[in-house]
Design a protein around this ligand. Sequence first.
Ligand code: TXA
Ligand code: MG
Length: 372
Amino acid sequence: MQTLFLKSENKEDMIKAAAIIKDGGLVAFPTETVYGLGADALDAEASAKIYSAKGRPSDNPLIVHIAETAAVENLASEVPDKAKTLMEAFWPGPLTIILKKKTCVPDTTTGGLQTVAIRMPSHPAALELIRKSGCYIAAPSANTSGRPSPTTAEHVAEDMTGRIDAIIDGGPVGIGIESTIVDLSEGAPTILRPGFITKKMLEDMIGEVKIDPALENPDSTARPKAPGMRYTHYAPKGELTIVESSIKSGGELYDDYRMLDDIPDPSGGSAPSTASVINAINDIASNALIDGHRVAILTTEENADCFEAGHVITVGSASDGGTVAARLYAALRECDAYGADIILSEAFAGTDLSGAIMNRLIKAAGHRVIMV
Ligand code: TXA
Ligand code: MG
């Protein structure tokens, strides 16, 4: 299949892209979080094509993207008041809401579930594509299943050229990690995937919000409720290991580095324990180099000069979670471009986005974490 390369600022390109969606084709497009791979959400055959283009397991449901809040009534059979409050507060934006589905939403779109994930993105090109096509657009991240999500059109092209009808280039995305997913289809509101909209931001609007227990303790036998959170994900080709200090800046021990609502530590990268992490990374890196490996190191601006060997990739300042999130997936892809077979990363704790960032990084590392 020939893949068309289109530009979001070109009106005719956007008309072409919308026509492809309307005709049941696949178009990758920018959103404010990551690039999505879109198809008509109510066309079972079109949304089925997404799974084969990505190599995605068929039980992993898609998010339906809409451009007007009124569309929710056409997709969901019940819309609780708390859902309405969240839509008003955070849409358009990086929040996905799970609700009970209407029968018009096909099983291929929901992975056979009786619920549907809905999000109104804020990226102007995403909204334009939805409106021009006249469709609701089902879209997972536009990467090959298991790879880091794409934050530029070039990343999409790496994975999807020849597999989809078109790619709309809208430049690098702003946020860089996927939307927060909150389940309002039954019981207490529950976060199924952490993201840019934090638990605190949700609780300020609707009161207590739970976190899917399987996320806080991924070693437990609890099954994550979002099917996509069960798979290895975001992974670079090399073996990624996180090296993390077991001591907080105050001297206290971390009891669980995975806590999603950990209190931000303003001292960030200057924590006294940072030295032990740097020493450990330097030791592992130099041994790996002696053994003939290609080594990449993911670190912060504060620590970038402390590493003696390996290809050092800086993801931003330790105190600036927004930049770390925006650069994380590109950094993982850069490890691949460098040909790294061993990748060592610091933990990026201490900001209010740490929960979301570490959730992705730990999955990318296949849970390999060394505490020093
Ligand atoms: O920011 C985002 O959410 C991006 C952009 C493109 O919008 N999309 C995205 O889609 O990250 P994807 O497919 O990569 O991740 C969707 C996640 C998966 O973990 C999936 O299992 C979960 O949402 N999901 C979708 N529908 C669900 C449902 N009905 N119940 C539970 N989880 C659901
Ligand atoms: Mg994805």
